[in-house]
Design a protein around this ligand. Structure first.
Ligand SMILES: *Cc1c(COP(=O)(O)O)cnc(C)c1O
Length: 368
């Protein structure tokens, strides 16, 4: 129950549609690890994960141990890979919650092994390889010796090995080099009798652009939510998130009067201004001031003046019969008209990932 008429609508049917689109691009022998970090890219980690499990997804990917625990506490029983790092002191929790940890330091491997022995369990791990991202992971040419050391920890089960593409959107050759370095590493491991069952590289763009990055597991994120990481991609997606609000106030603005902080918007003719109860305090970027389109009664209108913390004003002078209480779509579509997260990202100098992840917890999520 909420009073302020500002909400995110998540269409879980569209997530199912997108999973189908992804499945059409990969071999039947390749599984999907669905990335649900950052509250499922702002869509709500628990309802989205439950939907994904119902669609036959067996593996979820999160960034942190805390996110994985949220999933377990919600009753989600499928495999969960923690893509980020932990500290050795966290090893007990990884085992208690039956999680799979990415490993790239001997300290964490040692701690996990010790905790596993104590609990008389084997703990599954995935080795994280750096092929050029320069973030987490052991540099690929050092992985052979790293794995040889990890092999001696008898309570660890090296179930997977993976790397991450850093530049799939801008540098094809760099990505190809990353994939081939990873293949060379796998061949070297296999030659010495080390066969690691799950091998994975591809994020959304990897899936779409590099078939030989698929191996037997892929890790889509943004395309699950129906957003395009880049223009002109060959996949049909349906965006799952809409952001909506209602007009709480209408005023006539005579020619020459201004709107919002810094009077950056001055009416060049008499018009009508609608005030919307949403702002940068909800993650609607202030960089959209005087720029972003919104949909009112199926027509486009534009943000007038600076976006405030809790309010945004829109010039609706060209739209007939407008009333307080009319719904306004900030992200989403109505009839033939749409405002996309990709478009807002373009207007505010960021990527669509940041737009959807940024919609804050003050905005309730509604599932349809
Ligand atoms: C976030 C993430 C993904 C998913 O990336 P998308 O571009 O959203 O598909 C895959 N792998 C790792 C390691 C990630 O951190």
């Amino acid at each position: 129950m909420f009073y302020r008429p500002t909400w995110v609508e998540v269409n879980l049917g569209n997530i199912a549609y997108n999973i189908n689109s992804i499945r059409r691009l990969i071999s039947p022998y390749t599984e999907i690890l669905a990335t649900v970090k950052a509250d499922a890219y702002g869509h709500g980690i628990i309802p989205v994960s439950k939907k994904l499990v119902s669609l036959g997804i067996n593996y979820l990917g999160v960034a942190t141990l805390d996110e994985a625990i949220v999933l377990r506490n919600a009753g989600i029983k499928c495999r969960i890979l923690i893509l980020g790092g932990i500290f050795p002191k966290d090893a007990d929790a990884v085992i208690r919650y039956n999680l799979t940890q990415s490993v790239f330091t001997k300290d964490v491997a040692y701690a996990l092994n010790l905790a596993a022995e104590k609990n008389k369990k084997k703990v599954p791990i995935h080795i994280k390889v750096d092929t050029g991202m320069g973030r987490l992971g052991v540099w690929h040419s050092d992985v052979f010796s790293f794995v040889s050391q990890i092999k001696r920890f008898k309570s660890l089960d090296i179930e997977g090995i993976f790397t991450h593409l850093s530049s799939a959107d801008v540098d094809e050759n760099f990505s190809k080099r990353q994939i081939s370095d990873f293949k060379v590493l796998l061949a070297r491991l296999e030659k010495s009798g080390i066969f690691i069952p799950l091998r994975h590289v591809a994020n959304s763009l990897g899936i779409l652009k590099f078939k030989d990055s698929h191996f037997n597991l892929v890790r889509p994120g943004i395309i699950i939510y129906g957003l395009y990481p880049k223009d002109n991609l060959n996949i049909k997606l349906k965006s799952a998130m809409s952001l909506k609000t209602k007009i709480v106030y209408l005023k006539k603005l005579p020619k020459g009067r201004s709107v919002s902080y810094g009077h950056t918007y001055i009416a060049d003719k008499s018009t009508i201004i609608a005030t919307l109860p949403i702002g940068y305090g909800d993650g609607y970027p202030r960089l959209l001031s005087n720029r972003a389109p919104v949909l009112v009664k199926g027509r486009r209108a534009k943000v007038a003046g600076r976006v405030c913390m809790d309010q945004v004003m829109v010039d609706v002078g060209h739209i007939k019969n407008i009333k307080v209480g009319d719904t306004v779509i900030l992200i989403g579509k109505k009839g033939g008209c749409a405002v996309t997260a990709e478009e807002l990202a373009g207007l505010s100098g960021t990527i669509c990932y940041e737009i959807v992840c940024g919609i804050g917890s003050r905005v309730p999520r509604v599932y349809i």
